[in-house]
Design a protein around this ligand. Structure first.
Ligand code: GDP
Ligand code: MG
Length: 701
C-alpha cells in the first residue's frame, strides 16, 4: 500500500464548523472552548486571561499545568490529531469544501488534563515570503512558550531533506538559537515527531534514524553556513554564530530532546489508529508513563496566572522584531505580575487597616493593635507569596521586600498614633494615681509620686512594646524619653504644690500656737516682756523646724531646699509675732492695757485690794508714781527689744526685699506714743480727780 494523498480520501471526520471562540456542542457533547489566540491579522487576543480563569479553570494551578504546540505542513491532519488526542475542538479542514482553515494560532485545554495545546495553522507557506514571516514568528512564539513541540508529518515526507517539513524544522532550529543561544542547556524543548499514515513496512527505528540524520544535517548547515539574515533579529544569530567557542561547538542535543512515534492511517486502519492514539495520549497524561513528555527540564516556569502576560509580551516582542531574551522576558513578567499580585494584596490590606484610623485619630487606644497589625500584614504577605513566589526568584524577593516595606510604612502611622495616645494616657494615669495616693492619710510624697511615675512609665512601655512589629525599624525610645520627661515635670510641679500646702499648714499652726502666749506676755508689761516674746518665738519655731525636718525626708528635700524653707519659716514666724504684737497694740487695746496697769498701781494697795481714799491720805505721791511708771511703759511697748534672752546678744533675722527686720521692731510710732500719752494722761487725771472727790464725799459724810 503506497501513500495516498489526502485529496483522494473521502473523510467523514471533516467538519465545516465555522471558526468560533466559544465551545460548541457537536452530537450533544459539550466541547471545551478554544480561543483564537493570534488571529490572521497577527493580533493577540485579549481573552487569554479570562479563558484561563473562567473557561479552563487553571488560574490557581501555578506551575501545575503544561503546554504543547503542534507544527507541521498544512493538511497533514494536525487538528484531527489534537482533537482525537486531547478531546479539543480545533477546526478540521472540510474534505468536501476544501477550504483553508483560519490562519493563526488556536489554543485550547485538553479534556480531563491540565494541558494547554496550541494549534498552529497555516505554517506551511514556503513559496510566499509573507507566510514565511508568519511561520518564523509562530515558531518563535511556540518555542518560547511550549515545553513540547509536536512535529506532525506524513511517513512519505521522511527522508526528503528538501521537503517542506525540513524547511520548517530549519526555521525552528534557527529561532531556537535566537531564543536560547546564550543559555544553552538551560531550557530544553522536546520535539515529538508523529509520523502519520505509517504503513508499517519501515520500522519506527529506521524512520527515526533517517530523521535524526536529517536533523543533524540541518543543524550542521546552520552552524557552518552562516545564515545571512534580512531582519535585525536574525543578525543577532549570525553574530552569535561567529562566536568561536560559542554556537560553533554546540550540539543539537543541548537544546532539544527527540521522540518519535508513528500513527496508522486514520481511515484505512481506524481501529489501530484509535488504539495508537490512546497509547499516545498516555504520554501526555500519565507522569509514570516511561515516555511521559512533560519533563521538568522543559518547563518555561510561567505560572498559569501569568501566562497571558508572558505570552502577550513574547508576541509583542516578536512583532516589533526586538531581540527576544527569554530570561529578561521572565523577569519582566515577574515584575508585572508581582506588581499586580502586590496591588491585589494591598487592596485587602488597606481595607483591613481602615478600622484603626478613627479610634486612633480620636485619641483612643486600640486594644490588641500589635497582634492585629501583625495578622493583617502577614495575611498580605502570605497572599502575595502564594502567587508571586512562583515567579523569577530575584524579582519576587525584591518585590516581597517592597511589599513588606510598604505595609510597614502604612502601619507606622498607626504605631505612632497609638504611641502618642499611650503617652497621653500614661500622663493621665500618673495624675490620677498620684491624687488618689495623696488623699490617703500619712502619704509620703516622694514614695507615692515615684510609685505613680513607675506605674505610668511601665504602662507606656508595655503598650509600646506590644505594638512594635518585627521586621520594622520602628522605635519608641524618643517617645519614652518624652514620657519620662513629662512625668518628671508633672511630679516636680505637684511637689511644689504639696510643699506650699505643707508650709501654709505649718504657718497656720504656728500662728495658733503663738497668738495666745504673746497676748499673755504683752498683758504683763515690764522689762522682761520682750524676753518672753522672743523666747516664745524661739521655742515655737524650734517645734516647727522639727516638723519640717521630718517632712524633709518625705519630700526628699535637699539641704539647700531645707535651709531656705527653714529660713522662710523663721521669717514667717517672726512676721506672725510682729503682727500679733501690732494687734495687741492697736489704740484701744494699748490704752486699756496702760490704764489697767495704772489703776492696778494707783487704785489698789499692796495686797491688791481696792483703795478707799481718806482725807488724810497722800494721793499725789502714789498718783505721780503710778502715772510716771505707766507712762514709762509706752516707749517699752513702742519698740520690740531684740535681745536673745539666752545669750544677751541681739537677736536678728536677715532682711530681704519684702522684709525689713529693723522696721519690724517698731510697734508704735513717735506721734502715736505722744497721742497715747495724752489720752492716758487725760484718763489718769480723771482718776486723780475722782480719787480727790471721793475723799471730799467721805469728809462730808
Ligand atoms: P491540518 O490542516 O494539519 O490541521 O489537517 P486537518 O486536521 O484539518 O485535516 C486535513 C485533512 O486530512 C482532513 O480532510 C482530514 O480528514 C484528513 N485526515 C485527518 N487525519 C488523517 C490521517 O490520519 N490520514 C489521512 N490520510 N488523512 C487524514
Ligand atoms: Mg488544522
Amino acid at each position: 500500500i503506497g501513500h495516498m494523498g489526502i485529496s483522494h480520501i473521502h473523510t467523514s471526520a471533516g467538519s465545516s464548523t465555522p471558526p468560533s471562540t466559544a465551545g460548541t456542542a457537536v452530537d450533544g457533547q459539550v466541547l471545551l472552548p478554544r480561543l483564537h489566540l493570534i488571529d490572521e491579522d497577527k493580533q493577540f487576543s485579549d481573552g487569554l486571561s479570562r479563558y484561563i480563569s473562567e473557561k479552563w479553570n487553571l488560574k490557581d494551578s501555578g506551575f501545575n499545568y503544561n503546554i504543547a504546540a503542534v507544527f507541521g505542513s498544512q493538511s497533514t491532519g494536525k487538528s484531527t490529531l489534537l482533537n482525537r488526542l486531547f478531546g479539543t475542538n480545533f477546526d478540521v479542514m472540510s474534505e468536501s469544501a476544501r477550504m483553508q482553515t483560519t490562519k493563526g494560532i488556536w489554543i485550547s485545554k485538553g479534556k480531563d488534563m491540565k494541558v494547554l495545546i496550541m494549534d498552529v495553522e497555516g505554517t506551511d507557506g514556503r513559496e510566499r515570503g509573507e507566510d514565511q514571516d508568519f511561520e518564523r514568528k509562530s515558531a518563535l512564539f511556540s518555542l518560547a512558550t511550549s515545553e513540547v513541540l509536536i512535529v506532525n508529518m506524513w511517513e512519505h515526507q521522511v527522508g526528503l531533506y528538501n521537503g517542506a517539513n525540513m524547511g520548517l524544522l530549519k526555521t525552528v532550529f534557527e529561532v531556537n538559537l535566537q531564543l536560547f543561544g546564550g543559555n544553552r542547556g538551560k531550557e530544553k524543548t522536546l520535539l515529538l515527531f508523529v509520523i502519520r499514515d505509517h504503513v508499517g513496512v519501515t520500522p519506527l527505528a529506521n524512520l527515526s534514524n533517517t530523521l535524526r540524520a536529517d536533523l543533524d544535517m540541518i543543524w550542521q548547515g546552520l552552524s557552518k553556513v552562516l545564515y545571512i539574515a534580512e531582519s535585525a533579529s536574525f543578525q543577532s544569530i549570525s553574530l552569535l554564530c561567529h562566536d568561536e567557542d560559542g554556537l560553533e561547538q554546540c550540539k543539537i542535543t543541548d537544546y532539544f530532546d527527540f521522540m518519535f512515534t508513528t500513527l496508522s492511517h486514520k481511515l484505512l486502519q481506524p481501529e489501530k489508529f484509535e488504539s495508537e492514539i490512546d497509547q499516545l495520549r498516555l504520554r501526555f497524561m500519565n507522569p509514570s508513563d516511561p515516555n511521559y513528555v512533560f519533563q521538568p527540564q522543559y518547563s518555561r516556569c510561567v505560572p498559569a496566572d501569568g501566562l497571558h502576560v508572558y505570552a502577550q509580551s513574547i508576541w509583542e516582542k516578536i512583532m516589533t522584531n526586538k531581540d527576544l531574551d527569554l530570561p529578561t522576558q521572565q523577569e519582566l513578567l515577574a515584575q508585572f505580575r508581582c506588581d499586580e499580585i502586590a496591588n491585589a494584596a494591598f487592596m485587602v490590606f488597606t481595607e483591613a487597616i481602615k478600622e484603626f484610623r478613627h479610634p486612633i485619630e480620636a485619641g483612643h487606644l486600640v486594644d490588641g493593635l500589635g497582634p492585629k497589625m501583625k495578622e493583617i500584614r502577614s495575611t498580605a504577605i502570605k497572599s502575595f507569596d502564594k502567587d508571586a513566589s512562583r515567579y523569577h526568584s530575584e524579582v519576587y524577593k525584591r518585590k516581597r521586600t517592597e511589599v513588606l516595606a510598604k505595609s510597614n510604612t502604612m502601619l507606622k502611622s498607626y504605631f505612632l498614633g497609638q504611641l502618642k495616645n499611650l503617652h497621653k494616657k500614661a500622663i493621665m494615669l500618673f495624675s490620677a494615681k498620684l491624687q488618689e495616693a495623696l488623699r490617703k492619710e500619712g502619704a509620703e510624697f516622694a514614695i507615692v509620686s515615684s510609685a505613680a511615675k513607675n506605674e505610668a512609665a511601665e504602662f507606656f512601655l508595655e503598650g509600646a512594646k506590644a505594638i512594635k512589629l518585627d521586621e520594622t525599624d520602628w522605635e519608641y525610645d524618643e517617645e519614652l524619653y518624652q514620657v519620662e520627661h513629662d512625668l518628671q515635670e508633672l511630679s516636680a510641679a505637684q511637689r511644689e504644690k504639696e510643699l506650699a500646702k505643707m508650709s501654709t499648714e505649718l504657718e497656720k499652726r504656728l500662728q495658733r500656737e503663738l497668738d495666745e502666749p504673746i497676748k499673755l506676755a504683752l498683758d504683763k508689761p515690764g522689762p522682761a516682756m520682750w524676753d518672753r516674746v522672743i523666747t516664745i518665738y524661739q521655742r515655737k519655731i524650734k517645734d516647727a523646724e522639727t516638723v519640717l525636718h521630718k517632712k524633709a525626708k518625705t519630700f526628699e528635700l535637699d539641704e539647700k531646699e531645707l535651709e531656705s524653707l527653714v529660713e522662710n519659716l523663721r521669717k514667717q514666724g517672726w512676721v506672725l509675732v510682729t503682727m500679733k504684737v501690732q494687734e495687741e497694740c492697736v489704740d484701744g487695746l494699748i490704752l486699756y492695757k496702760l490704764l489697767s496697769r495704772f489703776e492696778e498701781m494707783f487704785q489698789r494697795d499692796d495686797q491688791g485690794l481696792p483703795r478707799v481714799w481718806k482725807p488724810v491720805d497722800d494721793i499725789d505721791t502714789p498718783f505721780c508714781k503710778a502715772r510716771d511708771e505707766t507712762m514709762a511703759l509706752i516707749p517699752l511697748y513702742a519698740r520690740i527689744v531684740n535681745l536673745d534672752p539666752a545669750t544677751g546678744t541681739p537677736f536678728r533675722l536677715e532682711s530681704s526685699e519684702d522684709f525689713d527686720f529693723d522696721q519690724s521692731l517698731h510697734v508704735i510710732s513717735k506721734s502715736r506714743q505722744q497721742e497715747l500719752a495724752t489720752q492716758f494722761k487725760r484718763k489718769a487725771d480723771a482718776s486723780y480727780v475722782e480719787a480727790k472727790r471721793s475723799t471730799v464725799v467721805t469728809q462730808v459724810k
